[in-house]
Write a protein that binds this ligand. Sequence first.
Ligand code: T5A
Length: 218
Amino acid sequence: MNAARGKFITLEGGEGAGKSTVLNAVRELLAAHGLDVVVTREPGGTTAGEAIRGVLLDPTLHGRIAPETELLLMFAARAQHVRETIVPALAAGRWVLGDRFTDASYAYQGGGRGQPDERIAELERWAAAGLQPDLTLLLDLPVGVGLERVRGRGPADRIELEAHEFFERVRAAYRARAAAQPARFRVIDASRSLDEVLTQVRAAVTDFLAVNAARGAA
Ligand code: T5A
């Protein structure tokens, strides 16, 4: 029996946007609808990808990884993640809930580091097999609020060591992508209280489930 392809939902946002916190609520909501959910993250999501993540986030390598190297490592981890984890799960009819995907490369390596969008798009086509999420929740909040939330929870990783202006460029790139692709993105005001954020997130996912169910019934 061929299962219907599952759906791919991603969470995106700057540092401290609350993705890890929100991820659990989305997983519970999907499970309550009887969906079989695979939760994963980037960089990572496979044994090789998690090893690459260790290099990418190692604070002792701050200032010692060129932007081109960083971009290629993100996509090296993603190439494995797509083939080993995401595509097989979707093909088996499972739903995949991802903490970050290629939008993060456009935001961080594109907006933050200045790597050209065309270069990222080329990598997206072959390394990520052109895979696009079906729904992306962008948790948007002022940079200072996010950085304040992550401050004090332990040593900063390599990317958290960047200057405030870097994260402003990341945020601007995320918002530009959301504005350019309104059918896929839902922008969540992540500066609100956790309860208010979860209310917005549940509404967005519930809408998506309703549209998806209506399409299935049509
Ligand atoms: N990266 C990743 C790239 O540069 N390119 C890429 O292509 C990819 C895939 C990943 C890093 O890699 C970069 C981006 C990242 O810098 P990571 O550790 O996964 O590293 O970092 P983040 O994804 O940024 O995860 P964080 O843990 O930093 O942030 P979250 O998950 O968004 O935030 P969360 O849920 O841990 O919350 C942070 C704190 O805020 C509180 C939480 O309790 C927690 O203490 N909080 C709230 N407080 C008040 N109000 C709310 N609404 C709150 N929501 C959460």
